[in-house]
Design a protein around this ligand. Structure first.
Ligand SMILES: Nc1ncnc2c1ncn2[C@@H]1O[C@H](COP(=O)(O)OP(=O)(O)O)[C@@H](O)[C@H]1O
Ligand SMILES: [Mg+2]
Length: 272
């Protein structure tokens, strides 16, 4: 009789581009605080872009940090590519609101920082390709202080991609940028998504951004965040920002967000 097959961790298959993300009954409670997340169930399909919107402070960043393995205290189950999240992993890329570049490194060096140790011999080629893909040609030797906010975020995006992640988590990555730069970066993210077919989860407070980029938009309730609605965006890409169908979805989503925030049901702060 053949011996039962046992898989050592080394034999586990590498995460592929566009891994599934699964959250099963995920909850979070900071010590001494009120619950932040309650009973979150969500399955993000390989290569899908899911937007997360919800009232400020409801727990969106907390959820992304859990998915990235930056915080391991939670209840329920979090799986990326079918594997439990046990800590930070190169397969899970992260982009923050601020670029978090190392000021003493050039653009090229900051991007190279993301490359896995096993691929360092190919650094020059990988960095060169990414610089071209994020449209930073000619800026490789500049330092972060010499870059505009948009160029800094392009560098941060290239650094995240240098790790060849299977999923990319984006926490309000464009919210500190002006409208013009933000629109260009949204299109850049879509361009790179089309090239890589990464699975993406994007937290944003811009409803139009969520709808322009996402396949589905998840609306969270006030803290503790629960999923209150999921809006499917069944519009082909490239999408047009002035498409009446997109604008109608925008109005609907704003209303859902208003109800999720229960702003209208709150007592006024003072009464006359
Ligand atoms: N490290 C922490 N310790 C205690 N409470 C925290 C911590 N991080 C976040 N919180 C609280 O959790 C809640 C959700 O925060 P966050 O996930 O940042 O909200 P969002 O991103 O939706 O605006 C907030 O009330 C915040 O004060
Ligand atoms: Mg946040």
């Amino acid at each position: 009789m053949a011996a039962p097959l046992t898989l050592s961790p080394a034999a586990a298959p590498a995460l592929t581009r566009g891994s599934t993300i699964e959250l099963q009954a995920v909850g979070k409670h900071f010590p001494g605080g009120a619950p932040v997340l309650a009973d979150v169930d969500l399955r993000v399909r390989p290569g899908e872009i899911v937007g997360l919107v919800g009232p400020s402070g409801c727990g969106k960043s907390t959820l992304l940090r859990l998915l990235a393995g930056l915080d391991r205290e939670h209840t329920g189950t979090l799986l990326v590519g079918g594997r439990p999240v046990t800590g930070p992993d190169r397969a899970v890329g992260f982009m923050f609101q601020e670029p978090r570049l190392l000021p003493w490194l050039t653009v090229a060096e900051n991007i190279a920082f993301g490359i896995a140790p096993g691929r360092r011999s190919e650094s020059a080629a990988i960095v060169g390709r990414l610089i071209e893909q994020v449209h930073l040609d000619g800026s490789a030797k500049l330092y972060p202080r010499q870059l505009s906010g948009g160029m800094q975020q392009r560098t941060a995006l290239a650094r995240a991609l240098a790790a060849e992640p299977a999923v990319l988590l984006l926490d309000e990555p464009f919210s500190a940028l002006d409208a013009f730069t933000r629109i260009h970066l949204q299109d850049l993210v879509l361009e790179l998504w089309q090239r890589t077919q990464l699975t993406m989860v994007l937290v944003t407070h811009e409803v139009d951004e969520a709808l322009y980029l996402s396949d589905r938009v998840v609306v969270f309730s006030e803290r503790p965040a629960r999923i209150s609605e999921i809006v499917e965006v069944k519009l082909d890409r490239p999408r047009h920002r002035r498409d009446p169908a997109l604008l109608e979805l925008c109005g609907d989503l704003l209303e859902k967000l208003r109800l999720a925030g229960r702003w209208d049901r709150k007592k006024p702060e003072y009464e006359i």
